[in-house]
Design a binder for this molecule. Structure first.
Ligand SMILES: Nc1ncnc2c1ncn2[C@@H]1O[C@H](COP(=O)(O)OP(=O)(O)O)[C@@H](O)[C@H]1O
Ligand SMILES: [Mg+2]
Length: 285
């Protein structure tokens, strides 16, 4: 099923946050959106999920016009494209299991939702999602007590409960240390590869986009200024996306890097955290 943005534009007053974006994404791609702060990355994702309305242009999924959906059809779309955020957006005082089950809310009747009744099948599904992310041992803890990396994995488990067709991630690793960033990116890649779910993720570091995404969309001033595979992202393309700094010097790629390349020593000392990776690898085999 083809996903398409046509002349998608969003204005805030006289400022154009997203400027006539045209993009076609086949089902199952892993796409990284990069660009400076203020380039329009978040606004683009939020329009796709209909958290923000376009000023003009349209969004299409198959033969459905997403940007025209209302009511129940709009809620179905929002269920089909799950979103994860830099700040996780969990309910900190609720336990992890309940946070994950909240991903089912859009699948349920209002009465069932209001009574907070989850079926046995939903609970089994939630445990399976937590196991897949390697954090089932945290199920009964208040979400707010977990580390950032664990909270982001809870958010991914919650997103999986929506059985989405598309996963939208807005700088999912920007608040994480390199090891947890790797665990989270590996989880997104695993979901993309195993389920064929399209992943569109905003990333603040170029190296992560290069390492994980088959396609990179570069934005500058609301416009798409690059769209292609990592191999086509030359120094001049990078320059066009990030521009040059005030002194006129070109951007140094290491400036946009959080270096996900972790020394072996750090991995062995973070053994408990890397259980998640082993778990995912094991599940794939
Ligand atoms: N709710 C808003 N009201 C006014 N201006 C906004 C709003 N959201 C974003 N903008 C502006 O739109 C532009 C793009 O912002 P954003 O999409 O957040 O960029 P990015 O995610 O790439 O940092 C920025 O100039 C920002 O100030
Ligand atoms: Mg943003």
């Amino acid at each position: 099923m083809k996903f398409e943005l046509k002349n998608l534009t969003r204005r805030f007053g006289d400022r154009i946050a997203v400027n006539s974006v045209n993009v076609e994404i086949p089902q199952g791609q892993m796409v990284g959106v990069i660009g400076r702060s203020g380039a329009g990355k978040s606004t683009l994702l939020r329009m796709i999920n209909r958290l923000q309305e376009p000023s003009s242009g349209s969004i299409h999924f198959g033969d459905q016009e997403v940007s025209a959906l209302r009511g129940a059809a709009l809620r179905h779309w929002q269920r089909d494209c799950a979103m994860i955020f830099q700040q996780f957006n969990l309910v900190p005082r609720l336990d992890v299991m309940t946070n994950v089950l909240l991903g089912r809310l859009n699948h349920r009747s209002t009465t069932m939702s209001m009574l907070n009744i989850f079926t046995r099948e939903e609970r089994i599904m939630a445990i399976a999602a937590l196991e897949r992310l390697g954090i089932e041992q945290t199920a009964l803890q208040p979400a707010g007590t977990l580390s950032g990396g664990q909270q982001q994995r809870v958010a991914i488990a919650r997103a999986l409960m929506q059985t989405p067709k598309m996963l939208l991630a807005d700088e999912p690793i920007a608040s994480l240390d390199p090891l947890n960033a790797k665990i989270v990116m590996d989880a997104l890649r695993d979901i993309n590869e195993r389920e064929g779910i399209t992943v569109i993720t905003n990333l603040h570091t170029l190296d992560t986009a290069r390492n994980y995404c088959e396609r990179i969309i570069g934005m500058a001033g609301g416009k798409v200024v690059f769209d292609g595979p990592p191999s086509a992202l030359t120094a001049s393309a990078v320059q066009e996306i990030y521009g040059s700094d005030r002194d006129g010097a070109g951007i140094d790629e290491t400036m946009t890097s959080t270096a996900i390349n972790i020394p072996a020593a750090a991995i062995s000392s973070g053994a408990s955290q890397s259980v998640g990776i082993e778990h995912l690898a094991g599940a794939r085999a």
